[in-house]
Design a protein around this ligand. Structure first.
Ligand code: ZN
Length: 132
């Protein structure tokens, strides 16, 4: 089984910076060179990489997703969370980050964000580090 940690979300929609949690998994793996795969096993939450220095960037991403994929639309999926499913497919369910010298290699402004679209809930994140 992959490493797993949980994310407690507090809003219907929010992006949560999980970079440090992923770094902890990489450190405990003792892998020096390889790739970390971060996978979200949910259909209404995903994961993405974007700017973590200015929190208004992820707020802007969420606002545009809300406009592109409205809550109210004659969706066929009658559970009431069709827009959350669609937003999840737009951002995706996994990301990969290179690992060098035991550390995640991210760009200066990059962070890894858990993307909640149908919260609040307790969510799972799987991380596997592949390498040597
Ligand atoms: Zn649904």
């Amino acid at each position: 089984m992959p490493n797993e940690f949980t994310v407690r979300t507090h809003s219907q929609e929010e992006f949560i910076d999980i970079t440090n949690s992923v770094k902890e998994v990489v450190a405990s793996s003792h892998i020096q060179k390889g790739v970390a795969v971060v996978y979200v096993p949910h259909t209404t939450a995903g994961v993405t990489i974007n700017e973590s220095a200015d929190p208004s960037v992820v707020e802007d991403i969420l606002e545009v997703l809300r406009r592109v994929v409205p809550f109210n639309f004659p969706y066929r999926h009658l559970e009431g969370n069709a827009s959350a499913h669609i937003k999840t497919s737009i951002v995706g369910s996994s990301i990969s980050v290179l690992v060098e010298r035991g550390n995640l290699i991210l760009g200066t402004w990059q962070g890894i964000f858990f993307c909640e679209f149908d919260g609040p809930r307790t969510r799972r994140v799987w991380v596997d580090v592949i390498g040597e």
